[in-house]
Design a protein around this ligand. Structure first.
Ligand SMILES: Nc1ncnc2c1ncn2[C@@H]1O[C@H](COP(=O)(O)OP(=O)(O)OP(=O)(O)O)[C@@H](O)[C@H]1O
Ligand SMILES: [Mg+2]
Length: 446
């Protein structure tokens, strides 16, 4: 008979778990705090532990760490009454098998217990502590997401932040791909190492190549001295390849080699340089479709596919919007030295019901605009200038009188709105350089 140990100071939970799980055919031991839990653990060698996170005296995480030093593979399921994403990540990082919030979903818990016991031998566990004193990207400060799918993402972050496996993050524009990358970087073993972001669309192919790999002296005209590439500069940290779908076929081959062999050469260089950094790639495209269409290498796709994080669009997790609004508004207030703190119910409803095709970035921009326009401490509906995509009727009718200049202005504005003022993207669509775009913007908005 498999043995379970339950540790919870809440008598009713402890008892109900004891009864249900005994009925389910397990031999169940119980303890009301971590100290006596450790004694039970030494005596009975349970096959699985269910432990509350908040316990009097030694807390659940400390208990987890102690047990893990003597049995790394023992599955431990954490429970807590607190909705605390930081603890979720820490518990998972410390090697907790899973994490349940009160009130417990007993049926799901039973399934999880079964699965954990079955997979006990093959399960791989993690054992690195995260330090709590890094201010920037402190998880509880920067990452909002209480919906189940966001919690799953938090769990994934916890798992990957203790190793350097390559990751693919896929999601619409503005869903938080870069933020997730930074949270992974700053919460795990890479946090004291460099974080380097490269946008694969910002440069021409040959420039991107020497940017990533570096170049030897004399490698091409203008290469007057040798230069280290981003792969080298990233050291043992993280290199973030944004918009990976746009990488040229030639560079895809070279990247594949870096992923496979963990080494590379500078452009025109002879020495082979080891690759110590983790690669996180992001895309707002359906990469599978790119593979099907022959635009992205299948072998490279599968290299990245090993660990994939799919970030859902904001309209599929509207429950997160109020928290995001509060978080973003606080951030904007701080940046602009404003104090827009009061959000009427109907305004929150408007925000929650909006389509947000540009996701969190669009929400953030809308709030930023509203704060700039506010004169008091209330977020007013009239200051929420929702982006309109497309040309409205009036504009359309006026169009027959437009000069070329006016048409250019309208088109630039249309594209900028469409890409949420992401100028890099706008330049790509408009096929103009950033300085040209900036000049146009200045010209049009005196
Ligand atoms: N879960 C979140 N909690 C709080 N803020 C978030 C969250 N996700 C994203 N943001 C904020 O929304 C903005 C857009 O996020 P980010 O730049 O990471 O998106 P992205 O997916 O990389 O977008 P793009 O595809 O356009 O590059 C940032 O200011 C970021 O801080
Ligand atoms: Mg991004």
């Amino acid at each position: 008979m498999e043995k379970l140990l339950i540790i919870d100071d809440d008598e009713s939970i402890k008892e109900s778990l004891r009864i249900t799980l005994s009925q389910a055919g397990y031999k169940v031991f119980v303890a009301e705090d971590a100290e006596s839990g450790l004694k039970q653990f030494d005596r009975f060698h349970p096959d699985l532990i269910i432990c509350d996170l908040k316990l009097p005296g030694m807390n659940g995480i400390e208990f987890l760490k102690k047990v893990k030093t003597s049995d790394r593979c023992l599955p431990i399921i954490m429970i807590t009454a607190y909705d605390d994403s930081h603890s979720t990540i820490e518990a998972i990082q410390q090697g907790a098998y899973d994490y349940f919030e009160k009130p417990l979903d007993i049926e799901r818990l039973k399934v999880t217990i079964r699965r954990a016991l079955e997979g006990r031998k093959i399960s791989e566990h993690l054992s690195v502590t995260i330090s709590k004193d890094l201010d920037e990207y402190k998880l509880e400060n920067s990452f909002i997401g209480k919906t189940p799918v966001m919690k799953e993402i938090l769990k994934k972050i916890g798992k990957v932040s203790t190793n350097r496996v390559s990751i693919l993050i896929q999601g619409e524009s503005g869903t938080g791909k870069e933020l997730i990358t930074k949270v992974i970087h700053y919460s795990g073993i890479t946090k004291t190492e460099p974080f380097i972001a490269v946008n694969c669309t910002a440069l021409s192919e040959s420039l991107l190549e020497s940017e990533l790999f570096g170049h030897a002296k004399g490698a091409f005209t203008g290469a007057v001295k040798e230069k280290k590439g981003k792969f080298e500069l990233a050291g043992e940290g993280t290199i973030f390849l944004d918009e990976i779908s746009e990488m040229s076929a030639n560079l895809q081959v070279k990247l594949l080699r870096v992923l496979q062999e963990k080494e590379f050469e500078r452009v025109g260089g002879e020495i082979t340089i080891p690759m110590g950094a983790r690669i996180i790639a992001a895309t707002n495209r359906n990469l599978q479709k790119y593979v099907d269409e022959g635009k992205f290498r299948e072998d490279l796709f599968y290299r990245f596919h090993v660990f994939k994080i799919e970030v859902p669009p904001l309209r599929e997790r509207r429950e997160d919007i109020p928290d995001l609004v509060i978080h973003l508004l606080g951030k904007i207030d701080k940046d602009l030295h404003k104090d827009v703190r009061k959000i009427p119910i109907e305004v929150m409803e408007m925000l929650q019901n909006h389509e947000w095709t540009g996701n969190i970035r669009e929400l953030e921009n809308t709030l930023l605009q509203a704060v700039v326009l506010s004169d008091g401490d209330i977020l007013k509906a009239e200051n929420l200038l929702f982006k309109k995509v497309g040309i409205n009727k009036k504009e359309f009718e006026q169009r027959e009188n437009w000069s070329l200049n006016e048409a250019t202005k309208s088109h630039i504005k249309f594209i900028l709105d469409k890409v949420n003022w992401n100028k890099t993207k706008a330049c790509r669509i408009l096929k103009i350089s950033k300085p040209t775009l900036n000049k146009k913007i200045e010209e049009f908005e005196p």
